[in-house]
Structure formats: structure tokens, C-alpha cells
Write a protein of this length. Sequence first.
Length: 141
Amino acid sequence: MATIQKDLQNQAANLSDYAKDKAGEGVNKAKDIGAAAAQKAGEAANYVGKKADDATCAVGTGIKSMAQTIRENAPDKGMMGAGASAVASTLEEGGRYLEEQGLSGLGSDMTNMIRRNPIPSVLVGFGLGFLIARFLTSSRS
């Protein structure tokens, strides 16, 4: 009887060790799967960011093209010519900025501006929020 009890205890200990080993393997596999998923998510985020920068660059190119069209079709002299030239110059500068800086440069410039001017930035945020809320409530009525 003592031998059977001893065998059962040994088998229980072996089974316990086996279960611990398998549980450890399961945890390791779960960690590996989680790490692979995190890496894929990071790659996807980088891809989306790159595509957003590319799209911003394309918008900049389009704005510069619009500025060129305004220059070509606007009068050369007079008040209309001066106004059209000023608009074309501003569009051209904005398009160049978007081409060179992209979305990430725009975001960092915006962050720096908010850091330098926190109170006006908060006021602008409140104003925009008010206007958006007003627009949304008037469009539902």
C-alpha cells in the first residue's frame, strides 16, 4: 500500500511538473505572438504615417499648381492684378511648406506654436469648439 501511495505521489509530482512546463511554454508563445502583433501594428502605423506625409506633399504640389494657374490667368496690372499676385504668392508659399515639411512638420510646428502661446491657443480651441457645436446643432434642426 505504501508503494502504491509513493507511486501515486511521484506520478502526481511528474504530472504537476509537466503541467508547469506546458503552462510556461504557453506563456512564452503568447508573449511571442504579442510581440509579433505589436511589431506588425508598428509597421502599419509607420506605413499610414508615410502615406499621410505623401498625401500632404501631394496637396502642397496641388496648391502650388493652383497658385501658378492664378498667376497665369489674373490681370497683370491694377488692383485685381496685385490682389491675385498676393494670393498666388501666399498659396505658393503654403504649398512649398506642405511639400517640404509634410504632416509631421506641420504637427511639430503646431506644437511649438501652442507651447509659445498657450492662452491664445486655448481661446482659439474654445472658439472653434463653440463654432463646431453651433454648426452641428443648427444643422440638426
